[in-house]
Ligand binder design. Sequence first.
Ligand SMILES: Nc1nc2c(ncn2[C@@H]2O[C@H](COP(=O)(O)OP(=O)(O)O)[C@@H](O)[C@H]2O)c(=O)[nH]1
Ligand SMILES: [Mg+2]
Ligand SMILES: [Zn+2]
Ligand SMILES: [Zn+2]
Length: 285
Amino acid sequence: MCSVCGCGHGEVKIDGKEPRNHSHDHSHDHSHDHEGESEIGVYSHAPGLAQKRMVQIEQDILAKNNSYAAQNSNLFSKQGILALNLVSSPGSGKTSLLARTIRELGKKPVISVIEGDQQTANDAQRIRETGAKAVQVNTGKGCHLDAHMIGHALEELAPHDGGIVFIENVGNLVCPAGFDLGEAHKVVILSVTEGEDKPIKYPDMFHASDLMLLNKIDLLPHLEFEVERCIDYALRVNPAIKILKVSATSGEGMEQWYEWVRTAHKMVLSGHPTADIYSKTGGKE
Ligand SMILES: Nc1nc2c(ncn2[C@@H]2O[C@H](COP(=O)(O)OP(=O)(O)O)[C@@H](O)[C@H]2O)c(=O)[nH]1
Ligand SMILES: [Mg+2]
Ligand SMILES: [Zn+2]
Ligand SMILES: [Zn+2]
């Protein structure tokens, strides 16, 4: 849980600018108390802060986040949009995987992307090179995206009805697990260069995700990475998690991922609840 990440609202930038409508006449009608939120960031760093007060602050942050997440989720369901929240540690291949996915899934459904990073607009630029619309959210010192930032990013993105919105979270396997962005599913990407014990080191993230993509499998011949052990660890923390082995570089296994995305998209379009559609087939391939 992240109440000490210093996510001050003054620092958040959407495509390099202050979020639009920050005179508080938001088109998405979340009730705002930005000053209060910034204060929380400051208070949380105060030495000697009582444990009880910390817990209260965390609960307040999450309650506020959940109400923004509900608004995002309503917007997605009203527009028939599948929203997927991609989470991982830095460098596991999220942007590479997204760029390939956009190129190979084709023009329909229309895909657009919200890119989260502390600094730089590099990833949004990489996505735009595929022809897809992308908005960059820079979180400054903040180490996760929250639902409020996503609300503002959606104002800029104006996603297509019936489309897919991919959200690339800040590279961090800890606090993004606790922040619902209004997405249908969290998808955790773990690359084989990171070690097979990540699921038990960061169980909250693997527990919160419906799908795990084990990426960079093209490198397996060069590594001592035990795939089966990694899968066992993931299933230990989340018996319902679906696991696919992929390589964003070679393309191996990517078709299964596209199939998963297409099925999730169909579920949204047909108005079915999407939360546990894969649990029936969960587990190993
Ligand atoms: N060998 C290999 N390298 C990959 C693969 N996917 C990504 N990479 C490389 O891993 C590095 C980080 O990738 P990037 O997409 O920026 O990761 P992100 O930080 O999660 O967005 C880059 O050098 C990519 O070329 C893969 O499947 N196989
Ligand atoms: Mg990236
Ligand atoms: Zn706002
Ligand atoms: Zn954080």
